[in-house]
Design a binder for this molecule. Structure first.
Ligand SMILES: [Zn+2]
Length: 287
């Protein structure tokens, strides 16, 4: 069993390299990802199929599409569906790593972060001193989109909360709040899978999206029932929302703060990450 860091105060990287391959949700093509140690803070992306291109440090300035997943524009290359991988790294306490990718999309695997957590456990963690933590303003920081909003307040530890509300009775209203540690992330958040709605599936397929999406890597809700039970948690959807939020916050690093998101989306989460960069007066990293 892996001994995860006790909290998010120290800086950690991977002790070795590890590789995974799988199908991308939207393009449907097989891609490969190699994770490895980094000497520098943050997450740095390079390309297995173009090793001459320089590594790029990830940041909210690179977000270029948030419709179904979080996609980044990295120079001339685009990388889609980064959120579950980044959530796994950041959630497990890995604050710096190199990510080498083949293709334009991170594999979806089972729709959760579990396979990435297993890969990180296989590589092992190595401490690399003090962590750079983004500063949070004393006054509440708020971003909103329509009726959705997110708010951040400074706190001693990292506490996250999310609420979702759907008309479909199988989901309905769900709320979850927890003081996050790597251990709690691994047990309570990482296994929660992506979910979608039956009526959207055909629509997205005909639009040429979710080519790799199938009943084995996303929970599909049909009104008052799930097409592919059993769920891993009774409130798996709100846990997956937290997983997505953590993946998007990984672009700036986990703040010492309390974060609450009502009806979150990748658009809202990445706007929050960008607002944290501005508030902390960090340099905005762009491609
Ligand atoms: Zn997700």
């Amino acid at each position: 069993m892996t001994l995860w860091p006790g909290d998010y105060r120290g800086a950690w990287t991977l002790a070795a390299s590890v590789e995974r391959r799988g199908v991308g949700l939207h393009g449907g093509a097989t891609s490969r990802v190699r994770l490895g140690p980094s000497q520098r803070p943050g997450y740095h992306v390079g390309w297995l199929d173009a090793p001459h291109l320089p590594l790029q440090r990830l940041g909210p300035g690179q977000v270029c599409d948030t419709r179904l997943c979080t996609a980044l524009q990295l120079g001339e290359r685009r990388l889609a569906t980064v959120e579950h991988l980044l959530a796994a790294l950041a959630g497990c306490g890995v604050s710096q790593a190199e990510i080498h990718v083949e293709g334009g999309e991170v594999p979806l695997l089972d729709g959760s972060a579990l396979a990435w957590v297993e890969a990180i456990a296989e590589a092992g963690l190595r401490p690399v001193g003090e962590r750079q933590v983004p500063e949070v303003p004393a006054a509440p920081l708020t971003v909103s989109r329509g009726s959705s909003f997110a708010v951040v307040l400074p706190a001693e530890a990292f506490r996250v909360a999310a609420a979702v509300e759907y008309p479909q009775p199988a989901i309905g209203a769900q709320f979850l709040s927890l003081e996050l540690t790597p251990q709690r992330f691994v047990e309570e958040i990482a296994p929660a899978r992506t979910f979608g709605f039956r009526e959207q599936v055909e629509q997205l397929r005909s639009a040429g999206l979710i080519r790799g999406g199938a009943l084995d890597n996303a929970l599909v809700c049909d009104g008052d029932r799930w097409l592919n039970p059993p769920l891993r948690f009774p409130d798996e959807p709100v846990r997956h929302k937290l997983l997505d939020l953590l993946g998007d916050l990984a672009l700036v690093g986990f703040p010492r703060a309390q974060v609450f998101v009502y009806r979150g989306s990748h658009g809202l989460h990445t706007e929050l990450a960008a607002a944290l960069v501005t508030a902390a007066r960090l340099p905005v990293l762009s491609a």
